[in-house]
Design a protein around this ligand. Structure first.
Ligand SMILES: NC(=O)c1ccc[n+]([C@@H]2O[C@H](COP(=O)([O-])OP(=O)(O)OC[C@H]3O[C@@H](n4cnc5c(N)ncnc54)[C@H](O)[C@@H]3O)[C@@H](O)[C@H]2O)c1
Length: 252
């Protein structure tokens, strides 16, 4: 008997990075897991890969219903699919603002809305949203991305209030910069990838990037019956980036 035996989970954006690590970690704890992703082709068994675009309501409803049918219900929803954007408010055209907010924020609305009838039938219903350090700290060149994650933080609290009396808990994790294919793509596009990685490492008090498995462990905790009294919370997994103020290292 493991912590999540008998529970059924859906993870969006679960074919890569934090979502894949989360899907694996949920399965390792005994859950049966469906992954909803734009590209689920490489999703390993026993995870169930389903194609879905969180930017499209019809696609989301079909995939959530398929997941519920195949798994026999839904107890856990991890809203993790997200996309990035680089720039100040001068840099991103309106279309990009609409696209990123649509995927990162409205995407979570679509999947939660589709999953709620199933979650209401669960004795251990839980939603975990992947937010970001960008919701609580101003990061340079990330105006659109930070705005989307600020909205995710507020949405998490509002959803937690709306559904607490239905027995559905809602929380979010706030990762710092995590070593995933997303960040690898960003580093690959930098003028000096090594210098960029060193700068990202140095920005986190622990001195290194967060791992996808570390974020997944936090998501599994929030999703599990062990967190039965935890709702409307933000759990930072950020190497100390949000809360700590270190003095610069001075040469001795
Ligand atoms: N990597 C980081 O440093 C970091 C830090 C904080 C928060 N996050 C958040 O973590 C989440 C996952 O990021 P990651 O680094 O693992 O990224 P990733 O790019 O490795 O994986 C994202 C996955 O989401 C899927 N996806 C993208 N758009 C989708 C859509 N419209 N519908 C369905 N699936 C879609 C992709 O196909 C991919 O499999 C995102 O919400 C991101 O904002 C990441």
């Amino acid at each position: 008997m493991t912590a999540l035996s008998g529970l059924r989970a859906v993870v969006t954006g679960g074919a890569s990075g934090i979502g894949l690590a989360t899907a694996r970690a949920l399965a390792a704890q005994g859950a049966t897991v469906a992954v909803l992703d734009l590209d689920p082709a490489g999703v390993p068994g026993p995870l169930l890969g389903l194609r879905a675009d969180v930017g499209d309501d019809t696609s989301v409803r079909a995939a959530v219903d398929a997941a519920a049918t195949r798994l026999g219900g839904i107890d856990i929803l991890v809203n993790n699919a997200g996309i990035g954007a680089v720039g100040t408010v001068e840099d991103n055209p309106d279309e990009q603002w609409h696209r990123v907010l649509d995927v990162n924020v409205v995407g979570m609305v679509r999947t939660t809305r589709a999953a709620l009838p199933h979650l209401r039938r669960s004795a251990h219903a839980s939603v975990v949203n992947t937010c970001s350090i960008g919701a609580t700290a101003g990061l340079p060149q990330r105006a659109l991305y930070c705005a989307s994650k600020g909205a995710v933080l507020s949405l998490t609290l509002a959803m937690a209030a709306d559904h607490v009396r239905e027995g559905i808990r809602v929380n979010c994790v706030n990762p710092g910069t995590a070593d995933t294919p997303w960040v690898a793509r960003l580093l690959d596009g930098a003028d000096d990838p090594e210098a960029e990685r060193a700068a990202l490492n140095a920005r986190q008090p622990l001195g290194r990037l967060v791992t996808a498995d570390e974020v997944a462990a936090a998501i599994v905790y929030l999703a599990s019956p062990a967190a039965a009294s935890v709702t409307g919370t933000t759990l930072a997994v950020d190497g100390g980036m949000q809360g700590l103020r270190l003095r610069p290292v001075t040469p001795s």
